[in-house]
Design a binder for this molecule. Structure first.
Ligand code: NAP
Length: 247
């Protein structure tokens, strides 16, 4: 079940959940492409952490909403490690506001990164994943895509859009022996939760059967399973990592 020599591209992996995924895969022997948009220093720290643990990593600056920059990321990946075996579409943003006040700009921005970025990166790496020996596409959705969430109509729509996208790509990739799955984390301790007041977090935790927020490692461990050969016969699925929130 080693990731030795597998090349994994993780979007938005200088910090947060993506960083956790990148370090987890790197520690297992994968060659990791650390994609970032603005967090250059953090991307270099992630590379240091992976190399210190004995792995290999390279940084690729690309805004996932830009087809040109995503193509440049493909070139960086190919030059450093060759074709990708695994693509993790993790880059994501929120722009929360109650629906009646939501501007078209807030709607578009969230769609462009969470859904459009996934489209751009999947298309750019599609041939790699198709041609890989058991390629893997893993899309990071959210419990919010299943349940909805007050003030997140844009984000919920984008994250549930990933479910249909993943199931369709799973059907198309299956003919080549590769898989596509979604991971739907619950509320996870990252910068994304920084704007959520502590009182709201306490209320959220009180509704979680496992009585805690997720740590990035909880999500990374499931992504690692989906990236590995152990998940060969799992495709088109949404794996919840939410402490039992929907029980
Ligand atoms: P985060 O700490 O806010 O990090 C977001 C990451 O996305 C950063 O690495 C950022 O890169 C990158 N990013 C944003 N826009 C980008 C763009 N246009 N191009 C390239 N990279 C971009 O968020 P997180 O909590 O780790 O979230 C990671 C994923 O998990 C997201 O898809 C999020 O929706 C999902 N998720 C999070 C939670 C949660 O509670 N935290 C729960 C469920 C699902 P830069 O820093 O370089 O800009």
């Amino acid at each position: 079940m080693s990731m030795d020599g597998r090349t994994c591209v993780v979007t938005g992996s200088a910090r947060g959940i993506g960083r956790g995924i990148a370090e987890y895969l790197g520690a297992e022997g994968a060659n990791v492409v650390i994609n970032y948009r603005s967090s250059e220093e953090a991307a270099n720290e992630a590379i240091d952490a992976i190399e210190t643990a004995g792995g290999s990593a390279v940084a690729a600056r690309a805004d996932v909403t830009s087809r040109v920059e995503v193509e440049e990321m493909v070139d960086i990946c190919h030059d450093a490690f060759g074709p990708a075996d695994v693509l993790v579409n993790n880059a994501g943003i929120t722009a929360d506001t109650q629906f009646v006040d939501m501007t078209p700009e807030e709607w578009d921005r969230v769609m462009d990164v969470n859904l459009g970025g996934t489209f751009n990166c999947t298309q750019a790496f599609y041939d790699d994943i198709w041609n890989a020996n058991e390629g893997r596409l893993i899309n990071i959705s959210s419990v919010v895509g299943k349940q909805g969430n007050f003030g997140q109509a844009n984000y919920a729509a984008a994250k549930s859009g990933l479910f249909g996208f993943t199931r369709t790509i799973a059907l198309e990739l299956a003919q080549g022996g590769s898989t596509a799955n979604c991971v739907a984390p619950g509320f996870t301790r990252t910068d994304m939760l920084e704007s959520v007041p502590e009182s709201v977090l306490e209320r959220i935790v009180s509704g979680i059967p496992l009585e805690r927020l997720a740590e990035v490692e909880d999500v990374a461990a499931v992504v690692r399973f989906l990236a590995s050969e152990a998940s060969s016969y799992v495709t088109g699925e949404v794996i919840d990592v939410n402490g039992g929130m929907d029980l």
